[in-house]
Every structure is written in structure tokens, then in C-alpha cells.
Write a protein that binds this ligand. Structure first.
Ligand code: SAH
Ligand code: SF4
Ligand code: F3S
Length: 440
């Protein structure tokens, strides 16, 4: 195997992290990366199936590749990730351009599957039901020099009725704490200063390990002890499993950032029950309140779904009320998308699409205003930023992130290297970013 590969990633942070491993495997085989389809000998798509539009984007791109393949019969197309894990051979049948289909549980097999495909006239499909090894053991080609993702668990044992992830990623498997700490040490030695711990529900970390330990809180303390790692983030904790121990560890450990992504999904108790989330709106707000009481200057973000089957105007109003009460710094908002195979996909859904879109717009308008007012509260304050590098839009400015995860743009002073921790004085705020000046 030789030549150039193009790798496109469609999904969440776990999916992006898997892409780093896919790239690592191909780099180790001597392939070179390219961003242009015309230059690629191999095109790889790492897919997502969380919402229908992700599926459509993928099949659209595969359709366009068919013409490219007709021009260059030597081009190889491989599809991995969650949609591949879910659809397997159906994917190859539906998209004739595809030569290799691999899943989320067998990334390590990719180089061999590509070799097999080179000698085969028919598509090679291999999907594993269980993970033999954590992808973390594979070589990685990381996108960023100073920040890194670290997988702490894969899979999910919850049963949110709208969600396809448990069907795709399987049961939750926690990684041994010693392996996680060793990876963080290796990353620190490689110049990484910030790690983001990844799992579908990080709070249930350790439940499947011997003695049901360590707890997530213990893991935070262990990673906090890794020399050179100056910031720890994690995503996502499930609100029903957010324990006081976790909040205490966040408050105590200096390197654990004051940032919490706590997906609420809805504000109506009826809808939350139908979603099988395991908490009420009041319980959620209580948990959020204790987290804010325990951790000074906590930045909070969330995920919200609009238009779950049977959501009424009154239910939606309860979501707006919760958003108003919670004062999130930011929210990822989605219109509900039925996923075949999930419980919710079988429910009656009489609400017209236009109504859902109208609710969506009302929600994003409200959250946009709240995000802006939360950011305005920071104007005049000094914040620590981890400098990422020149801003994409304006290269005379540098971009960095606060401990809370907020984006800050500052004028470049000419001697601030990416990866430095600097103090910035916040001078302005928009709903999605802050502006400031380097200080000190
Ligand atoms: N494990 C994470 C969520 C992963 S999916 C957690 O529980 O925090 C990320 C987000 O996608 C979810 O929080 C939810 O808001 C959204 N989502 C999941 N399934 C969806 C669907 N069928 N339609 C619309 N949004 C969905
Ligand atoms: Fe999906 Fe719920 Fe598991 Fe998150 S916790 S991955 S939303 S089933
Ligand atoms: Fe992530 Fe999408 Fe899979 S959100 S876990 S890539 S279905």
C-alpha cells in the first residue's frame, strides 16, 4: 500500500479521535495525507449516524465519488465509523463506489482490509461486534500539538429512547486507570498541556471494572497528578450520574477546568421520562446548582433536542423555562431526528416539521441572548488562555481558550507561541467568542 489518502470525519469528538488513530495507522504504513480528492489514491470517510442529515451527507459524498472512480479506477474508497458499524454490508450495497467497510470496533484491521481489497473484485466488509483492544493502543496522528483527547471508556449502558449510540458502540467498557494515566504521561512528554477525557457517560466510568472502582472522581485526581498536564477537561457526564464526589474533585484539582457539559435534552418532565433520561427538570437544576456552588466560575454547556415525538407547545415552553433558569453559557441544539431501531422512532409524531423548526428558532434566539449576556459578564476580567495559534479569519490575531472553554481572540504580540498559557484581559463579547488583550 502506498500513495496519498484523504480522510473526512463526520461525527463527535470520539469519532475525531478515532480518525487520529486511522491516520496514525496509515502514516505508519508510509501513506501521505492530502486534502484534495483528485490527489488521493485512497478516500476514507469516518462516519456518524446520530441524526439523519449525517447519513444524507455521507451518501451524497459517496455518490459524487462514483464519477471520480469512473475516471480513476485505481481509487480506493473505505468507509468506517458509526454508520458503517450500523449498516455494514448494506452500506456497500447502497453505495457502489465503496471498496472497504470497517466498523468502530476494528480500526486496527484497516491496513489488512485495504490489502485484501486490493486483490478483490468485490467490496470487503468487516464489522466486529466487540472491541478487541482500545483504539488508544494504536499509533495516533494528532491534529493539534498541545491538546489531546484521551479515551476513558467506550460504549454506553444507558437507553435514551432517541439515541442510536448504544446500538452502535455497544456496552460500556472502561479502560484501566493505569493505562489512561500512562497515556497522559506520554502525551505530556510529547508537549501536550491539555487533555480532554472522552466517554459517552464519563460519570459511570469504572462501574464495569474490578470492585467497581476507581470512580470517575478518583480518575480525575490521578490525571491531575500527571506532571506537565496543566488542564483537564472531560465530556460528557450524564446528569443522572453526576456525583458530589465528581464536583468535589473538580473543585480540588487545580488542573481540572471549570467546565461542565451537562446535556439536559428537554425541560418537560413528561418528555424527559419518555426520553428515559432518569431525572426531572427540578432534579437537573438542583444538580447544576450544587455544581455551581462547589466550583467557582463554572462554565456550563448543554445539549437540547427540540421536537421529540409528542412534544407539545407546553412541553416546549418548559424547555424554554429551563433554559432561562439554567443560564447556560452555550447549548448545542438539535431538531429530533428519528433513528430506525430506537424506541422513539416508533412513537407517534404529529407535530409538523415547520412547527419544530419554529421552536428550534425560538430556542436558539433565547440561548443566543443568554450566551451573549454570560460572555458580557466577563468583560473587564482577566482570564487564563491556552494559545492555539493565529486566528483563522484574521492572522494578526491569536486564538486561545479559557479554562471554561470559551474562545478568545487577542492581537498577536509577536512572541507568544502556540501552547503557551497567558493572561488575557477581556475587552469585548459576542455570543460565541470573547475579544481581549494579552496582559502580564
Ligand atoms: N453520550 C452523550 C451524547 C452523545 S450524542 C451524552 O449523553 O451526553 C450528542 C447529542 O446528540 C445528544 O446529547 C443529543 O442532544 C443529540 N442527539 C442524539 N440522538 C439524537 C436524535 N435522534 N435526534 C436529535 N438529536 C440527537
Ligand atoms: Fe445516547 Fe443517552 Fe448514551 Fe448519551 S447517555 S450516548 S444520549 S444513550
Ligand atoms: Fe459520535 Fe456520531 Fe458515533 S455522535 S458516537 S460518531 S453516532
Amino acid at each position: 500500500m502506498s500513495g496519498r489518502y484523504l480522510l473526512r470525519t463526520f461525527g463527535c469528538q470520539m469519532n475525531e479521535h478515532d480518525s487520529e488513530r486511522i491516520a496514525g495507522l496509515l502514516d505508519a504504513r508510509g501513506l501521505e495525507r492530502t486534502d484534495a480528492v483528485e490527489d488521493a489514491d485512497l478516500v476514507l470517510f469516518n462516519t456518524c449516524c446520530i441524526r439523519e442529515n449525517a447519513d444524507q451527507r455521507l451518501y451524497g459524498q459517496l455518490g459524487r465519488l462514483r464519477a471520480e472512480k469512473a475516471r480513476r479506477p485505481g481509487l480506493t474508497v473505505a468507509v468506517g465509523g458509526c454508520l458503517a458499524q450500523k449498516d455494514g454490508a448494506d452500506l456497500a450495497a447502497r453505495a457502489p463506489a465503496v471498496d472497504v467497510v470497517f466498523g468502530t470496533h476494528n480500526l486496527a484491521r484497516l491496513p489488512d482490509l485495504l490489502d485484501t481489497a486490493a486483490a478483490s473484485d468485490t467490496p470487503v466488509v468487516e464489522i466486529a461486534a466487540e472491541t478487541a483492544t482500545f483504539p488508544s493502543t494504536l499509533p495516533a496522528a494528532r491534529d493539534k500539538a498541545h491538546t489531546a483527547w484521551v479515551t476513558i471508556a467506550i460504549g454506553c449502558d444507558n437507553s435514551c429512547t432517541f439515541c442510536i449510540v448504544p446500538a452502535v458502540r455497544g456496552r460500556e467498557v472502561s479502560r484501566r486507570a493505569a493505562d489512561i494515566v500512562a497515556e497522559c504521561e506520554m502525551l505530556a512528554a510529547d508537549g501536550v498541556v491539555e487533555v480532554t477525557l472522552l466517554g459517552q457517560n464519563v460519570n459511570s466510568y469504572g462501574r464495569d471494572l474490578d470492585g467497581r472502582r476507581p470512580l470517575f472522581a478518583d480518575l480525575l485526581r490521578s490525571v491531575d497528578g500527571v506532571a506537565g498536564i496543566q488542564r483537564i477537561r472531560f465530556t460528557s457526564p450524564h446528569p443522572k450520574d453526576l456525583r458530589p464526589e465528581t464536583v468535589a474533585a473538580m473543585a480540588e484539582c487545580e488542573t481540572v477546568c471549570e467546565q461542565l457539559h451537562l446535556p439536559v435534552q428537554a425541560g418537560s418532565d413528561r418528555v424527559l421520562a419518555a426520553m428515559h433520561r432518569g431525572y426531572t427538570a427540578a432534579r437537573y437544576l438542583e444538580r447544576l446548582e450544587s455544581a455551581r456552588a462547589g466550583i467557582q466560575d463554572l462554565t456550563v454547556s448543554t445539549d437540547i433536542i427540540v421536537g421529540f415525538p409528542g412534544e407539545t407547545e407546553a412541553d416546549f415552553q418548559a424547555t424554554l423555562d429551563l433554559v432561562e433558569a439554567a443560564q447556560f453559557d452555550s447549548a448545542f441544539t438539535f431538531v429530533y431526528s428519528p433513528r430506525p431501531g430506537t424506541v422513539a422512532a416508533e412513537l407517534d409524531d404529529p407535530t409538523p416539521v415547520e412547527e419544530k423548526e419554529d421552536r428550534y428558532r425560538r430556542l436558539t434566539d433565547l440561548q443566543g441572548a443568554i450566551s451573549w449576556s454570560r460572555n458580557l459578564e466577563l468583560v473587564g476580567r482577566d482570564v487564563e488562555i491556552l494559545v492555539e495559534g493565529p486566528s483563522k479569519k484574521d492572522t494578526s490575531r491569536l486564538t486561545g481558550r479559557t479554562r471554561g472553554g470559551k474562545l478568545v481572540h487577542v492581537p498577536d504580540d509577536g512572541n507568544t507561541a502556540p501552547g503557551s498559557l497567558r493572561t488575557a484581559r477581556v475587552t469585548g463579547a459576542a455570543s460565541h467568542y470573547l475579544t481581549g488583550e494579552l496582559a502580564g
